[in-house]
Each structure stands twice: as structure tokens, then as C-alpha cells.
Write a protein that binds this ligand. Sequence first.
Ligand code: UDP
Length: 330
Amino acid sequence: MKILITGGAGFIGSYLAEAYLNRNDEVYVIDDLSTGSLDNIRRFTGNPLFHFMEGTILDREAMMELTGICDVVAHLAAAVGVKLIIDEPLKSIHTNIVGTEIALEFADKFRKKIFLASTSEVYGRNSRVPLSEDDIRVYGPTNIARWSYAAGKAMDEFMALAYYRTRQLPVIIGRFFNTVGPGQTGRYGMVIPRFVGQALRNEPITVYGSGTQTRNFTYVEDVVRGIVGLIDEPRSVGEIFNIGGKGEISMNDLALRIKTIAGSTSPIRHIPYDEAYQEGFEDMERRVPDITKIENLIGYRNHYDLEQILTRVIEFERRKLSAENQAVAT
Ligand code: UDP
């Protein structure tokens, strides 16, 4: 099989590429390296099944060519990360809406199955626990930039479902909850790489707000197993699936857990949201998925718990830090 992975040099996309390469499938990646990086795909260099095009999903020619070649599209390219969405609102909205429209248009033109990466952000401020796929969405006002991400991704879902209903395009929508693992960067705000980096440097661990807000973290390889399983399963077409895990942890407890596992002396510092993001920033208090639907359809289950995830991320970041320190010393 040949699969086009948009955003395949990103954190989740590169793990997805690896999963397909391990199955001897041929992988085509388009990525503009805005948040993705060559570091993520360096391990595929020399693999004849791997093809990389540096480019944007807004490039219609490139998307037409690649979609024509492949059997399936996994559309993961997007502007992600709360910080990035707030810092670059215009570019983010454009990429997430127009980019998805282009991906769907060419999937439709060539009649290719398309998996659309969506997000738990679409639930907005609905803090019902757990959140199931048809729960309502609760958004704040449009002058709070964070909500543009949720609204944009929700519009992507509407578009995909409209293609399915009106043109029978085989679309699958996966809503990722907080996906984590080695290689994720903290540059765009993601909490675990940030806390781990701070802990390893013995710098203050920056907990935003009261720190009582909770999240559910899922290991990237588990999420990837979910994506591959959904793409393989014909009954997933036209459906939306939460992809995440069970349980939740507060950011206060997460900071302490990371500090302990890393053996760090970092103090824990609380930073008001206004200072961390922008004035009037609104956070989600809780965000826990109901994963019954994906469990029932493809027997999805997570293989990694939070302890294993944190140990792996800390190990990875420790090695990276010591390599950086060595490079500075020589
Ligand atoms: N967060 C934090 N300190 C940081 C970065 C994030 O306390 O340095 C909090 C953030 O406010 C949110 C949670 O961690 O409540 C998860 O943030 P992330 O950006 O990783 O994902 P989100 O769930 O917000 O999309």
C-alpha cells in the first residue's frame, strides 16, 4: 500500500510513517517543516520505501501529484500547539482550514480514503467526564484566539463529513487527546516536554493557572496503533473516534511526578494564565475521552501508562541534553 502522510515530519506523523514502513508499506510525506523537523524523519534516510517532499499542503500541484500516487491519505498537517495558535492566528487558521479543504478536494478527485486528524479541542470547555464523540461543543468568544483552533478543526470535521455524505468519500475522523512521547517539542507549549526540560535543568517547573486542571496523556505509539487500526477497518468510514486513554492527572501532580522521576531539585512555580498566554486566556478544566467506540470497533487499548511514558520522555530528553552539553564542551 502507498500512504500519503501530510505532516509526516511532525511528532505524531513521523511515528505513523514508522508504523507503515515497519509493515513494508510505501510512505510519502509532505511537510513544510514549520513545526515538524528533519530530525523526526532522519531515521528513515536510505529506506527506499520512504519519500519526503518539503512543501506545504497549500500547494495544490504537490497535493494533487501525491494524492494521485497514493492509495490512502492520512491528513495530519496542521498548525498545532496552543502557544502557536495564539502567536500566529492568521497563518494557523489558513493552514487548518484551507489546507484541509485541499486535502479533501484531492482525496475526492482521486477517490482515496482519507483519515483526518482532529482534536479533543473541538469539545471546547465542555468538561463532562468522559467526553464521547457526540457530546456538545462549548466555545468561548472569538476575541480569545485559542478558540480558533477548536472552531477550525470542527469546520474541518464538518467538511469531511459533508464529503462523506454528499459524495460518499471514505473519510475517517480521529480526535486526538493529549498525545505525548519522545521527540515532542515543548516549543509550542506542550506541557510534558516543557516540564521535563525544566526538571532536567533544575529550573522552575512552570504550572499555569491553579494547576488543578487535568489532562489524559496517551503515548504516541498507542495513538498510532489506533490510526492504523481505523484506516484498516472498513466500518470506521464516515465515523468520528476519540483516540486517547483512561484516567486523568492534574498539572500540579504531573509536575511533582516528573520532578520525582527525574530526581530534580526544581521548584514548582505557578504562573497566571494571562502571563503565560494572553489576557483573557481560557483553559479547559478537564478533558478525558470516552474511548468505548474505538475499543469496540478495533479492540483499541493503550499499552503504556503515564509512569512508562514519563520515564521514556525523561530518558530521551536526558540523552539529548547530555549530547547538547557535550557539543558545547568540545
Ligand atoms: N501547561 C502548564 N505549563 C506549561 C505548559 C502547559 O501548566 O508550561 C498546562 C496548560 O495550561 C494546560 C495543560 O498544561 O492546562 C496542557 O497543556 P498543553 O498545551 O500540553 O495541551 P492542551 O491540553 O492545552 O492542548
